[in-house]
Design a protein around this ligand. Sequence first.
Ligand code: PRP
Ligand code: URA
Length: 206
Amino acid sequence: MLYCSDHPLVRHKLAILRDSTTECKKFRELIRELAMLLCYEAMRDLDLVNVTVQTPMGIAAGQKLRTRVGLIPILRAGLGMVVGALEMIPTAQVWHIGLYRDERTLRPVEYYNNLPIEPTVQLALILDPMLATGGSAVATVDILKRWGSERIKFLGLIAAPEGIQRLQSAHPDVDIHVAAIDERLNEHGYIVPGLGDAGDRQFGTG
Ligand code: PRP
Ligand code: URA
């Protein structure tokens, strides 16, 4: 399923994020906040277990998370989303996948993967602000499925129709959560209007 947030706070923050005059520090802050809001929305179907807690006034029935969640940021740009997602799910494990897009072919090249041998989480949440051609997202889901992940979601900020189509046709079982679906890709594989290079804008390397 494809979910595009219509929350006013998400819309507001995304407009500032896209603005080319938004400086690095503010850009990182917005990436963190947007990750937090989208993570909140994407996790609404997590499994719970019933518990009781002792309050100062008595005993209350409550619920706690049952699902073990793993956050899988795609380096580099996904890194900025980790802190926000961890604020929502402090117990989540974080496993990193390093991919970069070859500038000429636009195909993802894997350069880092610290997944342990056996799967350790029940839900893998991929974090990457940009879903452009979809190559990086599809490659990451491939890696996670080979690892043994049975439940995977993709959490992004801006998606191009081309990337959504590619991820959905390669992995129809993976839910996609984004803040916006933009018009198209340009001839260099950048999302238009998008926000430019999400990695460079976070880390001041543009
Ligand atoms: C960006 C972005 C995604 C990828 C999306 O990473 O963070 O991982 O491009 O493009 P795709 O959908 O066409 O694969 P990039 O390769 O620029 O690396 P970086 O994050 O290290 O800058
Ligand atoms: N990666 C980015 O950072 N931005 C795009 O528009 C496409 C891929």
